[in-house]
Design a protein around this ligand. Structure first.
Ligand code: FE
Length: 215
């Protein structure tokens, strides 16, 4: 049966689980029964990504790079060990590549094949990152995709699209907003948004229209 709830629609299959939740539960039961996974270990992993690993880690990397030219150079040359200097790393971040935005180049990250994402610095990917429309259109029409995210870049800014894989995970180093001279690392980190590290957004405080750019 199908019916409307206050905030969502879904079809019931004898429980209050959505179809995807029911599939996940079935898979987990099967894998546990076969001895492939330990539910307690799975719970610990889920809790890790829900509470500890997330984009706040990436914001620390960006803020450090904005304030420390030597770190920035190390980060762009070989991101994985540079990120490890901040105590950040792990599964999905074994081969990180950080690409730097400049007035002439804006970088956009996608995984056209599936949903490869730099987990150690950004946590779990947003739903749209995994969705076929983003994966297809980021490559075909990056400027159109950016416009949908509310990002309008000058025509003179080239957009470079990076296709993440299981081996290589990209993160964008956005441009430091104007007027942030003298900001502490924590204050800088607070300006960094998750989307600005994927390339579908900009840090807080950077106007997207050239006309509104501070002198
Ligand atoms: Fe992928």
């Amino acid at each position: 049966m199908s019916h409307r709830h206050a905030d969502h629609d879904h079809v019931h299959h004898g429980s209050d689980l959505t179809p995807i939740e029911a599939r996940v539960r079935a898979l987990e039961s099967l894998l546990t029964e076969k001895g492939y996974i330990d539910p307690a270990a799975l719970d610990a992993l889920v809790e890790l990504y829900e509470t500890k690993v997330g984009p706040h880690l990436g914001t620390r990397v960006v803020a450090r790079a904005w304030g420390d030219a030597a770190f920035r150079a190390r980060l762009l040359a070989d991101a994985t060990p540079a990120i490890a200097e901040l105590g950040i790393g792990g599964r999905g971040g074994e081969h990180m590549v950080v690409v730097e935005n400049t007035p002439g180049t804006h970088n956009l990250v996608v995984c056209t094949l599936c949903s490869c994402y730099p987990w150690p610095v950004l946590g779990l990917p947003p739903v749209w990152y995994k969705a076929p429309p983003y994966r297809a259109r980021a490559v075909i029409d990056p400027r159109g995709v950016l416009a949908e995210f509310g990002v309008t870049l000058p025509e003179t800014t080239r957009i470079t699209v990076w296709d993440s894989t299981a081996e290589t995970r990209y993160m964008v180093l956005p441009m430091r907003p104007a007027g942030t001279e003298g900001f502490s690392e924590a204050a800088l980190a607070a300006l960094v948004t998750r989307d600005s590290m994927i390339g579908t957004g900009l840090p807080e405080g950077i106007p997207t229209e050239p006309a509104g750019r501070p002198a």
